[in-house]
Design a protein around this ligand. Structure first.
Ligand code: ATP
Ligand code: MG
Length: 224
């Protein structure tokens, strides 16, 4: 089972949008998928209440229940889990990063978001430095700086790798959650859908499940 944590140190950067969009992509790619919502705002869990489709599973939990819930998810056959976190909780961000095989940090390419990145980098270090990528979100399709220039500038300034795939500012991202959907479901051939599919392909390729400590003795037995 692979665990992807979506974290940040600021509200409204696109964490929930990214978590739900990727979860729907994972589901459509054939993976049994769950979303764990650590945010007391419960945006992801509320999205699931509005949703007609059964999948992905979404559970709202306290950070203290994260490890137990991941174990149950694995026991129930989940193959990929996305953890959505609140904007301003170090504890939830560090807890989520600690159990993650891959951490994503959505940011809008604006100084008020970018200046929080050094604090997020510290939280990731505290969590044992799992593989981490900044994901640029809400790039204006007619921005003067190209996404590639923005990626390079942010990577150089904050010492964090930046995902080669970004999400643009598009109406479908803001409108689809109102009906418990994701852009791929509302406009399957739209540009937002294509961006999410490309981001999921990057995540799928990059997130390699850590050997869980409890799995090690079993592996050793098998080799004997
Ligand atoms: N790429 C995008 N294009 C258009 N609107 C977007 C995009 N990404 C996010 N939004 C909108 O911006 C708002 C904030 O996004 P979202 O709720 O995903 O952020 P968040 O980081 O989860 O916020 P919080 O910290 O409050 O949990 C929402 O209204 C969402 O629909
Ligand atoms: Mg959110």
């Amino acid at each position: 089972m692979r665990v992807i944590a979506i974290i940040g140190q600021k509200g409204g950067t696109g964490k929930t949008t990214t978590a739900l969009g990727l979860a729907v992509s994972a589901e459509r790619a054939g993976f049994r998928t769950a979303v764990l919502d650590l945010d007391p705002q419960t945006n992801a869990a509320n999205w699931k209440d509005r949703r007609e489709a059964e999948e992905p599973a979404v559970e709202s939990i306290q950070p203290g229940r994260l490890r137990q819930t991941l174990k149950s998810a694995e026991g129930a056959g989940a193959e990929i889990v996305f953890i959505d976190t609140p904007g301003k909780s170090d504890t939830a961000a560090v807890e989520a990063a600690r159990v993650a095989d891959l951490v994503l940090i959505p940011v809008r390419p604006q100084i008020f978001d970018l200046e929080t990145l050094s604090a997020v980098r510290d939280a990731v270090r505290l969590a044992g430095s799992p593989p981490t990528y900044v994901v640029l979100n809400g790039i204006h399709p007619s921005a003067t700086r190209s996404p590639a220039e923005q990626r390079e500038m942010i990577g150089n300034a904050f010492g964090l790798p930046v995902s080669p795939v970004h999400l643009s500012h598009r109406a479908a991202f803001a409108e689809a959650p109102a009906s418990g959907q994701s852009p791929q479901e509302v406009e399957p051939h739209g540009k937002a859908a294509a961006e999410l599919e490309a981001l999921f392909a990057f995540v799928d390729k990059t997130a390699t499940a850590k050997a869980r400590p409890e799995a090690v003795p079993i592996l050793q037995e098998a080799r004997r």
